[in-house]
Design a protein around this ligand. Sequence first.
Ligand SMILES: C[S@@+](CC[C@H](N)C(=O)[O-])C[C@H]1O[C@@H](n2cnc3c(N)ncnc32)[C@H](O)[C@@H]1O
Length: 187
Amino acid sequence: MNVLENWYCSTSFWRWMTRARLLPWLLGSSDLGEHLLEIGAGAGAATAELRKRVPHVTSLEYDPVAVVRLAQKNGTGAGVVQGDAAALPFADRTFSSAVAVLVLHHLRSREAQDRTFAEVRRVLQPGGRFFAFEISEGWFNRLIHTNSTFVPVQPDALAARLTSAGFAAVTLDPRPGGFRFTASRSA
Ligand SMILES: C[S@@+](CC[C@H](N)C(=O)[O-])C[C@H]1O[C@@H](n2cnc3c(N)ncnc32)[C@H](O)[C@@H]1O
């Protein structure tokens, strides 16, 4: 993450956008179950809102500094865990649902993204659903990721990649500049 991204993801504007626009679009009225995994929580733009919707939320974040800040913000025992999305530190079938907002393009390679898909499937309960929002390939998105990681996920290949990771019922919904997708771990 570069300085611009760190700043933007911490703003009250992005928190508002996430709460008022992004999560309603991404999640709709879906039943998220009892225990949701938030992947790449960052500064926590989605965390408080997810906690209103689901009894238990575990927020995973790779950056140790962000982990400490998020845990401080949310109080001790708040379910903030340091770890890598591509090697999730959780037992099989722990979660009823999983959410990743603007995280996959920050993984270092396509292989790391595929490992993440397989890991998310592993930790989901049968029937559990994975929801993600990603930005598209394009000069503007490359520019704002200067000195950062940007491995865009190609929407065309996504259904095949998720299916080979063991997901079913993949949905993909493109919008200008980005797209959401959902996928289910087969029951
Ligand atoms: C653009 S930020 C999005 C943060 C938050 N989801 C939001 O919407 O504000 C991407 C986040 O993914 C985290 N991240 C990057 N690689 C990761 C990995 N391998 N495992 C878990 N989190 C990762 C970054 O540290 C960063 O906090």
